[in-house]
Ligand binder design. Structure first.
Ligand code: PGA
Length: 246
């Protein structure tokens, strides 16, 4: 299982440190899941320091498709690795829709992440219109095909895939466990075509309004290997409840 806490554009130095400390203190020794916190770029060092001696990992919310150069405002995969990140979120729907990131950019970002030794968490998901038009699986498969265009089998196997229907993110409208399972099985099928039986080992996580009261039902589905948590990851008690909801 994999549980990510996507803090988005929230918190300051003091509250990010405190939240990290509360999460670390509240996790049990028997924690079976890989738990990763994704603070803003500026809070990566303080969260890293607050995580010391814990098994919780550090990740960034985005990364440049460039290695270095005249790209004002960007942060490279190497820089993230250098400050202690092991993971990076790529292709989050807020990046795709608010910042107009294209499939081609996301494919390049994936390549840069692998070069730097980061594990990508690749986000895919359809909008409500696309679901209503019965195009949800077509959209998700297209996003996967485009993102993995330049990746080899080993790289695909290393990637965590987050299925996040856009209509469920931050809306309180969660996909039903069956809706999640259906799409996760389609993604598993895609992976099987690309990496064969190793597809079983790839983590496919669900994101979109996961809360303590719905996490267990979603995580109980056979192809759901965890969750990417936004709003509920900002409250230690809620995040900890989700981390033990399976
Ligand atoms: P949410 O966000 O849990 O607030 O819906 C999930 C995400 O954007 O990763």
């Amino acid at each position: 299982m994999f549980i990510g806490g996507n803090w988005k554009l929230h918190l300051d130095t003091q509250s990010a440190t405190q939240l990290t400390q509360e999460i670390v203190a509240g996790l049990s020794d028997k924690q079976a899941a890989e738990i990763v916190l994704f603070p803003t770029f500026v809070h990566l060092p303080v969260v890293r320091d607050a995580l010391c001696n814990s098994d919780v990992k550090l990740g960034a919310q985005n990364q440049s498709e460039h290695e270095q150069g005249a790209y004002t405002g960007e942060v490279s995969a190497w820089m993230l690795k250098d400050v202690g990140c092991q993971y990076v979120l790529l292709g989050h729907s807020e990046r795709r829709h608010v910042y107009h990131e294209t499939d081609a950019m996301i494919a390049k970002k994936l390549t840069r992440a692998f070069e730097a030794g980061l594990k990508p968490v690749l986000c895919v998901g359809e909008t409500l219109d696309e679901r209503d038009d019965d195009r949800a699986s077509e959209v998700v498969l297209q996003q996967l095909n485009a993102a993995f265009a330049d990746c080899d089998v080993a790289q695909i196997q290393t990637t965590v895939i987050a299925y996040e229907p856009v209509w469920a993110i931050g809306t309180g409208r969660v996909a039903t466990p069956d809706q999640a399972q259906t799409m996760h099985a389609i993604i598993r099928g895609f992976l099987h075509d690309r990496v064969g039986d190793k597809a079983r080992d790839v983590q496919i996580i669900y994101g979109g309004s996961v809360k303590p009261d719905n996490a267990k039902d979603i995580f109980s589905k056979p192809d759901v290997d965890g969750g990417l948590i936004g709003g509920a990851s900002l409250v230690a008690e809620d995040f900890l409840a989700i981390c033990s909801a399976f």
